[in-house]
Design a binder for this molecule. Structure first.
Ligand code: SF4
Length: 485
């Protein structure tokens, strides 16, 4: 397993990516490539399940990156068939930060009408109570993953077909789920009623594909057809796509942070490239929070499009003031204590010749704990910058996410315990400004900003307003926002 990077804990992390394909020869190769394109959504482990008429269901799960596990001919030969699904994960609520092999998806279940495999991106917010109930009624769990609940609920359903059983199971589940599943002949995709996590449909030759993001279609040469609608279940066979709506209709509450950070900039969300949206976020940020300075520099890589937008809007030149070491990442050798102490310098280096004597605006996507921001500020000042101004492309992250994103506990979030001015002093910068929630909504295409009565997105990590009550967490003592906050 690749070691966690010494400063990777200062970002929110998407926990999973899903991919599936039907109607193509050597489906597993397509799944591996799709998962490789989705690797940014989870790097700890991955798995692929395929079905072949001669050998039945085949499955392989591995710790580590797709490129290290699912590229050899000998591995791919073990996954024959024209239908397959796959999953990459960081870690789910079940085993946070420490993926156990038994938690690596897809999960597989054998039913009276045949087998089914299922892979899930998101988080089931009532998994604890469901698990308790299922165990009391005799279910034996193999993993600590909340996604396994879906398999057990399907086993208890009286539905005649696997899609029927899945519908029934998912009606009992609360939270955020984008699911890709398969039977011997059917590829199934489903999004939760609010559509918190993404799921898209693509066409490849005579076959079809489902993926967390459209960038996974580009790598296999598939055509992006459409987003799966919130609350929609699609059952895809070689005859085409059948659409079902198993849940009560609801307003979409897609995760706004996908636009800010999680999704790849070359993916399409809501009909627009993520890159373009991030550039818009930078423009809004510049309109809301101008400052006199000489250079606009991104904190690479995720701050880059917003920094370009900030520069275009403000007229202040854009420059690569910080250079990222491309070969560092998460594949670095296990860091020793002395290497750990080098901190952010392992990954980022300041372009001294450019920075010296300049008033620098640093654009980053978010501030979580603030540990990395402080180190970056130190590097910039060491390089001789005259002033450092932080501009953040998301509002203050003051609440944890319970919908499939790894977030520190609330008390570890800088914005949960400090005012903006206190955060500025803590980071030791000349100014610190965040985009407002209204500004962020404008940047993602809501011209009037956030509608407080009916927000178009999930923005709980900024607003504390959870569109689905995190019932398990409340049971464990999480204190939701009060009217006074
Ligand atoms: S809480 Fe934040 S990160 Fe989680 S789904 Fe909502 S907007 Fe996305």
């Amino acid at each position: 397993m690749p070691p966690a990077h010494p400063f990777d804990d200062d970002k929110l992390r998407e926990e999973c990516g899903v991919f599936g394909v039907v109607g193509v020869t050597d489906a597993s190769n397509f799944v591996a490539l799709g998962l490789h394109a989705l690797q940014h959504r989870g790097q700890e482990a991955g798995g692929i399940v395929t079905h072949d008429t001669e050998t039945g269901f085949n499955q392989q799960r591995r710790m580590g990156l797709v490129r290290d596990n699912f590229t050899s001919a000998s591995m791919m030969e073990r996954l024959p068939g024209m239908i397959g699904i796959g999953h990459v994960r960081y870690s789910t609520a079940g085993s946070k930060g420490q993926t156990a092999m038994r938690d690596v998806q897809p999960f597989f279940g054998e039913f009276s009408m045949g087998g089914a495999a299922i892979a899930h991106n998101g988080n089931i917010t009532n998994a604890l109570s469901l698990r308790r109930e299922l165990i009391e009624r005799g279910s034996i769990f193999q993993s600590s993953s909340d996604s396994e609940c879906i398999i057990h609920l399907m086993a208890r359903s009286m539905g005649r077909t696997i899609p029927d059983r899945m519908e029934e199971a998912l009606r009992k589940v609360e939270g955020a789920f984008s699911i890709v599943a398969m039977t011997r002949t059917k590829l199934i995709g489903c999004r939760d009623p609010l559509g918190v996590r993404p799921l898209v449909l693509g066409k490849i030759g005579d076959g079809w594909a489902l993926a967390s993001e459209t960038c996974a279609f580009d790598i296999i040469g598939a055509e992006f057809v459409r987003e799966i609608a919130p609350g929609e279940m699609v059952v895809v066979t070689d005859k085409g796509v059948a659409s079902h709506f198993p849940f009560r209709p609801n307003r979409s509450r897609f995760c706004i942070f996908e636009h800010v950070y999680f999704s790849r900039p070359d993916s399409i969300l809501g009909g627009r490239s993520v890159y373009e949206t991030r550039e818009n976020i930078g423009r809004e940020l510049a309109k809301e929070n101008p400052v006199d300075a000489d250079l606009v520099c991104p904190v690479p890589d995720s701050g880059t499009p917003a920094a370009i937008g900030y520069s275009l809007q403000s007229g202040i030149p854009y420059a690569m003031g910080i250079i990222r070491n491309q070969y560092m990442g998460r594949t670095f050798i296990e860091p020793t204590e002395s290497i750990r102490n080098m901190g952010v310098r392992l990954k980022l280096n300041v372009n001294r010749a450019l920075i010296k004597g300049k008033r620098v605006i640093l654009v980053d996507d978010s501030v979580v704990r603030g540990t990395t921001s402080r180190k970056i500020k130190d590097m910039i000042l060491d390089a001789g910058a005259a002033e450092v101004h932080f501009r953040i492309a998301s509002p203050p992250t003051a609440w944890p996410c319970f919908y499939g994103v790894d977030t520190p506990k609330r008390e570890k979030l800088l914005a949960a315990t400090m005012t903006e001015e206190e955060m500025r002093a803590h980071l030791g910068v000349d100014s610190l400004k965040f985009i407002t929630l209204d500004g962020l909504y404008r940047a993602v295409g809501e011209a009037k900003g956030r509608d407080a009565k009916a927000p178009a997105y999930c923005d709980a990590c900024f607003s504390g307003e959870y569109p689905v009550a995190p019932s398990d967490m409340i049971e464990q003592g999480f204190e939701a926002k009060t009217a006074a906050e």
